[in-house]
Design a protein around this ligand. Sequence first.
Ligand code: PLP
Length: 399
Amino acid sequence: MKFKPANNIQDLQYFGEFGGVNPSISDSSTYTFLSAKTMFDTFEGNADGCYLYSRHSSPSNLYLGQALAAMEGTEAANVSATGMGAITPVIMQLCGAGDHVVSSRTIYGGTYAFLKNFAPRFQVNTSFVNITKLDEVEAAITPKTKLLYCETVSNPLLEVADIPGLAKLAKKHNLQLVVDNTFSPLSVSPKQLGADIVIHSLTKFINGSSDTMGGVVCGTQELIDSLRSVNDGASMLLGASMDSLRAASILKNMRTLHIRMKQHSHNAMYLAERFEKEGIKTVYPGLKSHPSHDLFSSMMHDEYGYGGMLTIDVGSIDKANELMELMQQENIGYLAVSLGFYKTLFSAPGSSTSSEIPEEEQAAMGLTDGLIRFSIGLDNDIERTYEEMKKCMKLTGVL
Ligand code: PLP
């Protein structure tokens, strides 16, 4: 039977302590033990079902982790305080001094900065490649390579990774394929396509209300146990653990993720088609003009669409700024970084979320000054939104 990520979330049932329809929140940072021996065993990792200290795990965090593992079809998952709090421990856990990473060059600016500027301090070096060219990816692999790293749909250029193709390469060279699926939850299930580890920034679509940070690593039970190990687990020791109150609120929001993703995708598709028809340079995986449209179509669960992210190029940063300021003034959306909110968000990535990437590298990857990244919101009347956007585009000379 076909893998159904939203059904898997729906089937998970948790009740609260007094029969509540939501699970009780574990409002404690530490836990009592009836015997000293059990405490010792728990430290040794031999006391299943016992909680120790909330940096290690808590019932609320485990519930959320289970729901995310069910969504991605992995054995287990570990939630963290932020998306970067998921990404950096995975890299540090799987790579030591002398190891090498092959990464897509178009990734979130923070991940890029970590691999480019921070990990080399620990002698973990990265080759950045054009992820859409499998021969270029393979050529960058060395005997020291441990990880292939990419985003399903990349931030901000919306390049699409060929996950089955990359998974074959990873198997052939005995590497772990790590996929950040933040832009395409439910639409694409990387593990089902051969990825080993799936990461999300929960801060974005999965939580969906721009009120909290969060992250998750989905993978084998062995990986998750190693990340949480009290002796040498990067998640446990680097310490970016999620708070239980937040885990409980994200779990509740996940219950509506399938409905939200359908609406984000519907609205983004509507706008992308209209923008393109007007002659604006538009990038959206749902458009036939997207170089990886067919690839994305072959990897996706159709019902959730091509996601809520699109970009347009308006020619210059001045024009981009003018248009974004006007759209905000007209209450079409907010001039803000991040994504996955009910309201449309827009920013110029070259000077914001990708500013960690040096200018010449931005140019080489096609990240232009006039690029505006949109996270399309849940507007009920997207036709009206389009008409309002068009007015702003006319007033600023974009149209
Ligand atoms: N991955 C992607 C694709 C992102 O866009 C971001 C943040 O913008 C992150 C990871 C980092 O997540 P967080 O900000 O929750 O640490």
